[in-house]
Design a binder for this molecule. Structure first.
Ligand code: FES
Length: 252
């Protein structure tokens, strides 16, 4: 670990618990690493994964989201939605090569000044171990993450997860959580790959091979996902030179 590295960590703190816990830590003169910059939110459930991607784009080395313990959320189950969104975000961060360790979710109540300080120290240690984050080195991945996390499909899946896996439908059936986890993994992978292809096409028309090289995907995956983008009106054939088709973005 580079001890001289002073990380920039953005912390989203829930007003009703972790923010008050941070306040109590200050009043109680409990020491913790001074590298977090705080944004107060009314609930951890207010933290859209896109806020986190924007923080990384804006130069933060890591992000902490801290809310009320499960069962204590002032909006009943806002933090349970946070868990689902963060699980999806973690998968996408791993897929992008950025890695899930840049982003952390922790709980601390208003009375837990020391646990809050411990959480900050732990997360700071992990981010320091990872070293500085370069948004420029991950420009394409960050663009693709923004696109993927903006899709109706992923936003709907993250929101509907608990309804399907915790409640019975009209036939008194519940969706198996393991099955639904796999559905989300598959959808997140597909949407991320499509987003990477869109990022590549934003630079100009390209062949399947060129897209594959830029996106770091295999040719077969690019062909499949490109076909879906064409069906959705987001990409199209732009020219064909010596029997090699070239594709272009149609926006989106
Ligand atoms: Fe604190 Fe929801 S009110 S996590």
């Amino acid at each position: 670990m580079n001890e001289s590295f002073k990380p920039n960590i953005l912390a989203f703190l829930c007003n009703w618990c972790s923010y008050a816990g941070a306040d109590l830590a200050g009043v109680s003169r409990i020491q913790y690493p001074p590298y977090i910059r705080v944004i107060r939110t009314m609930c951890s459930g207010r933290v859209d994964p896109l806020f986190i991607i924007n923080a990384l784009k804006d130069g933060f080395d890591g992000v902490l989201v801290s809310g009320c313990h499960i069962g204590d959320c002032h909006y009943l189950d806002g933090n349970k939605y946070t868990v689902k969104r963060m699980e999806m975000l973690s998968q996408l961060l791993d897929l992008s090569g950025i890695g899930r360790d840049r982003v952390h979710l922790r709980w601390a109540s208003a009375a837990e000044a020391q646990p809050f300080a411990d959480n900050v120290a732990e997360v700071t240690g992990i981010i320091m171990g990872l070293g500085p984050f370069s948004a420029d080195d991950h420009k394409m991945a960050l663009g693709a993450l923004t696109r993927a996390l903006s899709t109706t499909r992923l936003r709907w899946l993250a929101g509907i997860d608990r309804h399907l896996t915790e409640n019975e439908n009209v036939y008194h059936e519940k969706t198996d959580p393991e099955y639904f986890k796999q559905v989300i993994t598959d959808a997140a992978t597909m949407e991320y790959h499509k987003a990477l292809i869109q990022e590549a096409l934003d630079k100009g028309p390209a062949t399947v091979r060129e897209i594959a090289d830029q996106a770091g995907l295999d040719v077969y995956t690019v062909s499949k996902r490109l076909n879906e983008l064409e069906l959705n009106g987001l990409a199209d054939l732009s020219s064909c030179e010596e029997n090699t088709p070239r594709f272009a973005s149609l926006g989106g």
